[in-house]
Design a protein around this ligand. Structure first.
Ligand SMILES: [Zn+2]
Length: 428
């Protein structure tokens, strides 16, 4: 590899480009990693040796647009490049540190292309062309993917550590996959109270592998970022037994998730808090009522809140009540996608009407002291679809679509496939 030569190009050219763009701000050139060097060498062969490659990466809170801005790509080209790139690569889940490069042709001082280094085997390149007058003409996408294969792996274990997370980490399962497995199971299992040493779990993974060479020796490597969790199961004395299967409904479908056999989605989505500051003054259960003095069931949780504190919807949903009565004062109820409803009582002000769709964390009103209330606070309740009250603090899951009809049939077919893979590995 001509690593030396490349480095010279990378560093020396920065000054030239700064001269071209008239920018005085000092930029730090990133050192290209191995993949980038290979890709850049390939490009250099196409465009001759007069290119400048400017590497950059996603910083906290940024999208690709910000990176392109730093790479001095003009606004029109930015939009065009993003349009082409977004058709081919998923840019919605970019993480801090993901790498990009702008390639400038130094003979013409024009942007030759824009590169997204998705992972060690995948590079997306948007290549630009210009007409005779030098005006931008076209942008095309070129995918560069190293050969790779898929293999399945069945992992079995029992809980020795205190948590499933810790257990999976000790088995060198990619943290992203371990986290996903825990989140799926957590929809059904209260690990904090019900996990026991000796509980058993299984994970069926689909892994992407590729050939690499380390010091001239061929080795097979796994691309952790592409590992998929096809199946996860857990069984314990107290926790009971849970099995979840991956369902693929199509690119970018919101139904892509893990489901139980009967089509119940296991999408972990913790509820958001109804207030910015959380201090419980009275919990769910039997208590002596602070106003009437009688012993009664407290159907929710009381949070300390000065009158006028913003109250948020804990999850997305539709407003089913926005009213006043003598006991609850001003109150709001929101029905969520899983059929459960959240209740917010004693408000000083309601700012949403019945029928409104609200997002998680949207302000729905201000806390207060209306109705049967001994002082300013927020009473927060949660009601099951059958109308009974539950402890809001034990509500673990919300916004779970259930598959029906054709989608449920598709899930069943996919479960059969997964079981076939499972039994092949199980027998091996
Ligand atoms: Zn209360």
């Amino acid at each position: 590899m001509q690593g030396w030569g490349m480095k010279v190009t990378f560093i020396a050219i920065i000054a030239l480009l700064l001269a071209i763009t008239g920018c005085k701000k000092k930029e730090t050139a990133q050192v290209p990693d191995e993949v980038e060097s290979v890709v850049v060498e390939e490009i250099a062969e196409v465009v001759a040796d007069t290119i400048f490659v400017w590497l950059d990466s996603i910083h906290r809170g940024e999208g690709p647009f910000n990176v392109m801005e730093r790479l001095r790509i003009n606004r029109n080209l930015r939009q065009r490049i993003l349009y082409e790139l977004a058709n081919e690569a998923d840019l919605t889940t970019l993480r801090v540190g993901e790498r990009f490069a702008a390639v400038y042709d130094l003979d013409t001082a024009r942007l030759w292309g824009f590169i997204y280094f998705q992972d060690v085997i995948t590079t997306h390149r948007i290549q630009l062309s210009y007409d005779e007058d030098g005006a931008f003409a076209d942008a095309i996408h070129v995918l560069d993917e190293k050969p790779h294969t898929m293999r399945h792996r069945l992992i079995r274990g029992a809980l020795n550590h205190t948590t499933l997370d810790a257990e999976l980490r000790s088995m060198e399962i990619p943290p992203r996959v371990g986290q996903a497995a825990s989140n799926i199971l957590e929809c059904k299992i209260a690990f904090r109270t019900d996990a026991r040493i000796g509980d058993e779990f299984e994970l069926l993974l689909a892994e992407t592998t590729f050939q690499d060479t380390v010091d001239g020796v061929a080795v097979e490597r796994t691309l952790d970022g592409r590992t998929e969790l096809l199946f996860v199961a857990y069984s314990g004395v107290r926790a009971g037994s849970v099995r979840a299967y991956k369902f693929f409904d199509g690119d970018k479908s919101s139904y892509n998730a893990h489901y139980t056999e009967d089509g119940e989605a296991l999408i972990f989505s913790g509820l958001r808090y109804p207030l910015d500051r959380i201090h419980i003054t009275s919990s769910f259960g039997m208590r002596r009522h602070p106003v009437t003095g009688r012993s009664a069931m407290h159907n929710g949780v009381d949070y300390r809140a000065r009158a006028g504190t913003p109250v948020y919807a804990v999850a997305e949903g539709r407003v089913t009540k926005s009213a006043f009565d003598n006991a609850s004062g001003n109150y709001i109820a929101i029905r969520h996608n899983d059929g459960y409803s959240s209740y917010y009582l004693h408000l000083s002000r309601r700012s949403v009407n019945v029928g409104a769709n609200v997002r998680a964390r949207q302000v729905i009103g201000l806390s207060g002291n209306t109705g049967l209330s001994s002082g300013p606070h927020l009473h927060f309740g949660f009601r099951r679809p059958n109308g009974t009250w539950m402890n809001p603090l034990s509500k673990r899951m919300i916004a779970t679509p259930r598959l029906t009809g054709e989608k449920l049939d598709n899930l069943k077919l996919q479960i059969e496939d997964i079981r076939r893979i499972y039994s092949e590995l199980d027998g091996a």
